[in-house]
Ligand binder design. Structure first.
Ligand code: ADP
Ligand code: MG
Length: 339
């Protein structure tokens, strides 16, 4: 009998891998925004058409790429963010898997323009089905502009599975909000079908929260801030009166990364205890910073699920910090904290 096993060609391997990283337009948005943040941008603009189905473009003023890096960026497992295994335990960047751009290039038509500040000319590159179609020098702003058109044009099953534009745009806005909430000192905008939906000037965390969640939060945020050698928690919880029947405005960030954790949600909810009705949920935007070696963010390709080295300590700390903040506020409710 003949041997029958073959290695898959790169473009097929990339397309399969893309299924995990890029499930819908919003996943691509998340990856591109995070790349812009990692590039040190102070201004990040997101432009979408047809809820990202026709176009997703991210323009940043970050550090840009060399012409070789511009091509390398689209290879699988190609990253500038980690080099050796130890680096996995001290990750400070949003990305590190080197998969996003390779995935994007496998399922969309990609064009990128990029320039580093000391280069006279930038690079223009066009990629389709994981292949470079064109690469040439071009004049360009400092930073990177990347656009992906016709997402899943070559994966009809995926494309058909996408929801209505309203639903997909909602997902995009969720991702946009999560990233922009975590970096209030960066300017962000979101333009959808030619209309600017968000225009977020740089400012304090409190200002960013109010810009995103609405003015009604302005006088209704209680400042949370506690620090130990092990970890640091800061941010805001909504006053008890802002609690709602639905879990809407609940945001947890660990080392600047938005995460989903029913366990930590529970820690906050129980800190409110008798202050809110049993079946309602408080709004909050909380940041936990701790040594990267204490968290495993490599549990899932989208990095929204993470594992803590010691979950119980964190639960207790979050609960205590929120309780403490609420207690101070109920002693002196008129005292308004500002950050
Ligand atoms: P990762 O972010 O996990 O490293 P990506 O596939 O998202 O992997 O990106 C690959 C590499 O391309 C990055 O490590 C980075 O060096 C470069 N890159 C991607 N986007 C940008 C950007 N907007 N500005 C500068 N460099 C970028
Ligand atoms: Mg990335």
């Amino acid at each position: 009998m003949n041997d029958i096993i073959q290695l898959l060609p790169d473009n097929i391997a990339n397309q399969i891998a893309a299924g995990e990283v890029i499930q819908r337009p919003a996943s691509a948005v998340k990856e591109l925004l995070e790349n812009a943040v990692d590039a040190g941008a102070t201004e990040i603009k997101l432009i979408v058409s047809d809820a990202g189905k026709a176009l997703i473009q991210v323009i940043d003023n970050g550090k840009g790429m060399s012409d070789t890096d511009a091509r390398m960026a689209f290879e699988r497992h190609a990253t500038s963010k980690i080099r050796q295994i130890e680096d996995l335990f001290r990750i400070k960047t949003m990305g590190f898997r080197g998969e996003a751009l390779a995935s994007v290039a496998a399922v969309a038509q990609v064009e990128m323009k990029t320039r580093r500040k000391d280069d006279e000319l930038g690079t223009y590159i066009e990629i389709e089905n994981s292949r470079v179609i064109k690469q040439e020098p071009c004049s360009s702003q400092v930073g990177t502009s990347i656009s992906m058109k016709n997402l899943f044009f070559n994966v009809p099953a995926r494309r058909n599975f996408l929801k209505s534009n309203a639903a997909e745009l909602r997902h995009i806005m969720d991702e946009f909000i999560r990233v922009s909430m975590a970096f209030p000192d960066i300017f962000f905008s979101l333009t959808s079908n030619g209309q600017e939906v968000f225009h977020l000037e740089p400012g304090t965390l409190k200002q960013r929260i109010v810009q995103i969640l609405g003015n009604n939060y302005n006088a209704k945020l209680v400042h949370v801030a506690e620090k130990t050698d092990y970890m640091n928690i800061y941010g805001f919880v909504g006053k008890p009166e802002t609690a709602r029947k639905t879990r809407g405005d609940q945001y947890f960030f660990v080392n600047s990364r938005f995460i989903k954790s029913a366990y930590l949600n529970h820690a906050v909810n129980t800190a409110f205890d008798e202050m809110i009705p049993k079946d309602s949920f408080p709004g909050y935007v909380l940041f936990i910073d701790l040594d990267p070696s204490q968290v495993d963010i490599n549990v899932h390709p989208t990095k929204q699920e993470i594992k803590f080295e010691d979950e119980k300590i964190i639960y207790a700390f979050v609960q205590a910090a929120v309780k403490h903040a609420l207690a101070q506020f109920s002693i002196a409710p008129s005292l308004d904290f500002t950050l």
